[in-house]
Design a protein around this ligand. Structure first.
Ligand SMILES: [Zn+2]
Length: 270
């Protein structure tokens, strides 16, 4: 039932792991590059992650954001390998104190131990001449950052991308901010995207352009239907279809309706 897959892309080695091998977002990918690790995998997969890291012990762990499928092994990696854990300052209080997990998050990922992380600098110098720039990209989470390797045109995106045509949104995501972040990231020079769930996307710049176009187009359709007097539920059914198992399994945390409501930010809802 679980998934464990190693892969490599030039100097980057990746590990995909998850308790369930269902959709692309029910497993998570961590990336080892030089002396750094980008994201840590879900806490219920610690044994698999530890095996992978024994062969390439990290000195620095760069977290893209606090969500448990990305930060969840940070404390154990700190204890076992003495690695320094870095994250956006907005993530630090949540990592230190913990946050509320929904039942599905417990089942899919597990609860992460509390973690003392440090604020990530704007530029992280790694061994082997690699250099990563930290770029703020809030929306999916307020502490989401991407890491850019400018020489090679590589972008580690955490959960900024995931797919070009999302059909769901988390209740706590901010779609407007996400669209702004997608716009902003396209001002940088990169080609390959290393996504926290999708894996390596070699035409990554184009994929992010596609996601931005799709979301702008979807928001326009949502607003048009809303102006015609359709309710959120009617707009959702018309553009994305009925809510399905994803919405049910997450008890409404991850739904199509949230995506429609995100497109109506600032407009009175009916
Ligand atoms: Zn996330």
């Amino acid at each position: 039932m679980g998934i464990l897959r190693r892969f490599a892309y030039r100097e980057v080695e990746g590990l995909r792991t998850g308790r369930f091998d269902l959709e692309v977002n029910t497993s998570a990918v961590l990336y080892s590059i030089g002396s750094a690790l980008i994201d840590t995998g879900p806490p219920n997969r610690w044994l698999q992650v530890r095996e992978f890291l024994k062969e390439r012990p990290p000195e620095h762990v760069l977290l893209t954001h606090h969500h448990e499928d990305h930060s969840g092994n940070g404390a154990r990696i700190q204890a076992e390998f003495g690695a320094q854990i870095l994250a956006h300052p907005a993530a630090l209080p949540k990592l230190a104190a913990g946050w509320r997990l929904r039942p599905y998050q417990h089942i899919f990922w597990g609860r992460p131990p509390q973690l003392a992380a440090q604020p990530v600098p704007e530029v992280v110098e790694l061994k082997d001449g690699l250099r990563l720039q930290t770029l703020r990209t809030p929306g999916h989470a307020d502490d989401l950052v991407c890491y850019l390797e400018p020489e090679r045109g590589w972008l580690f995106t955490g959960d900024l991308y995931i797919g070009s045509r999302p059909r769901y949104l988390r209740q706590d995501e901010n779609l407007e901010l996400q669209i702004e972040s997608l716009h902003a990231i396209l001002n940088h020079d990169f080609k390959v995207v290393f996504c926290g769930h999708r894996g390596v996307v070699t035409e990554g710049y184009r994929a992010i352009e596609e996601k931005l176009d799709y979301l702008l187009n979807l928001c326009e359709q949502v607003r048009n239907l809303h102006r015609k007097g359709l309710s959120v539920r009617e707009i959702t059914r018309s553009l994305l279809g009925r809510e399905d198992l994803t919405s049910l399994a997450t008890l409404g945390h991850f739904t199509k309706g949230n995506l429609v409501r995100g497109g109506l930010a600032g407009e009175p809802l009916t």
